[in-house]
Ligand binder design. Structure first.
Ligand SMILES: [Fe+2]
Length: 303
């Protein structure tokens, strides 16, 4: 039986300003998860030894946005894998960790129970926590996520760039492509966008939350990085995703230009109904893994 998860947010309930901003602006919060021994080298090694290998996403990357390659884990122990991540250019994503590990599941529940207490009317569902373990200097290129996301940083240093959810940073057609899963989460990026980004240097104990579908990219600092990526939906977030899904269908059939759906609108109701109907008549495919597996991380891996 794992020890109960300690309090996540040391400062307790959010103040009025933080309550208003949470989810609608980029907000930074202090958290106390980083001290858990699960996140030490030994704790991570032990977790990797018992975690289902097929549920670990393994990636390496170069400089450009198209340079991500997918790999798989071979004959390598958890301890050797932690060393390989420290030495190499790797990004491990332990998908669905909250369902596969009791300790991480307890953290996920504790996070949302404190948030529900702090934020009146907050109704999260489809909550999911993924543990990310990544190399010094690793980077994640410009992309957006369909659900709402919080990033709890627990080890190392990381710089995250968060961009406005508006033109020119994101075009409606690209948002629709991500939501309909006809592409990966990657979207077109131009260096000039950085002038409009909010930039945060994260260390252990920092949590960052940003608006649903907000474009972002990440550059790791010179040390091993460990973070928890916590995804969830709310009723408004689900309505918005479905409005975008309906817009994609209306664009394809009728050339309709639905826009970015930045604010809740009455049109979300019929679009929500349309999207639910589309899901019935055009069942959603499982997200295709667009990258083929091209390398194996095994004992002695050097990147
Ligand atoms: Fe993301």
């Amino acid at each position: 039986m794992p020890a109960p998860c300690p309090r996540v947010f040391p400062s307790g309930p959010f103040d009025a300003k933080a309550r208003r901003a949470f989810g609608s602006a980029v907000t930074r919060h202090a958290h106390d998860l980083g001290g858990d021994k699960l996140f030490t080298d030994a704790g991570l090694a032990e977790l990797l030894d018992r975690y289902p290998r097929e549920d670990v996403g393994v990636y390496t990357m170069g400089e450009g946005p198209d340079s991500w390659r997918r790999g798989r884990l071979g004959d390598i122990s958890g301890a050797e894998l932690v060393q390989a991540v420290k030495a190499g250019n790797l990004w491990l994503n332990l998908r669905g960790s909250s369902a596969r590990d009791a300790r991480l599941g307890a953290m996920n529940r504790q996070i949302f129970s404190e948030l529900k207490r702090a934020l009146p009317g907050f109704m999260p569902f489809r909550t999911d926590l993924a543990l990310l373990i990544s190399s010094p200097g690793a980077r994640v290129s410009y992309h957006l996520d369909v659900p709402r996301v919080m990033l709890f940083h627990v080890r190392g240093r990381k710089r995250i760039f968060v961009y406005p959810r508006e033109a020119p940073f994101i075009a409606a057609r690209d948002l629709e492509r991500v939501v309909t899963e006809t592409t990966t989460e990657a979207i077109p990026y131009d260096r000039s966008y950085d002038a409009g980004a909010q930039v945060f240097d994260l260390a252990q104990g920092d949590m960052l939350s940003w608006p649903q579908n907000g474009p972002h990219r990440i550059e790791n600092g010179p040390d091993l990085n460990v973070s928890l990526s916590v995804e969830y939906m709310t009723p408004a977030a689900l309505m918005r995703a479905n409005a975008v899904l309906a817009n994609a269908w209306l664009r394809e059939r009728f050339g309709y230009e639905g826009g970015l759906e930045a604010r809740p609108a009455f049109s979300w109701l019929p679009k929500f109904a349309l999207a639910r109907w589309l899901r019935v008549i055009e069942p959603r495919q499982a997200r295709p893994e667009t990258l083929a597996q091209t390398f194996v991380v095994e004992r002695g891996f050097t990147g």
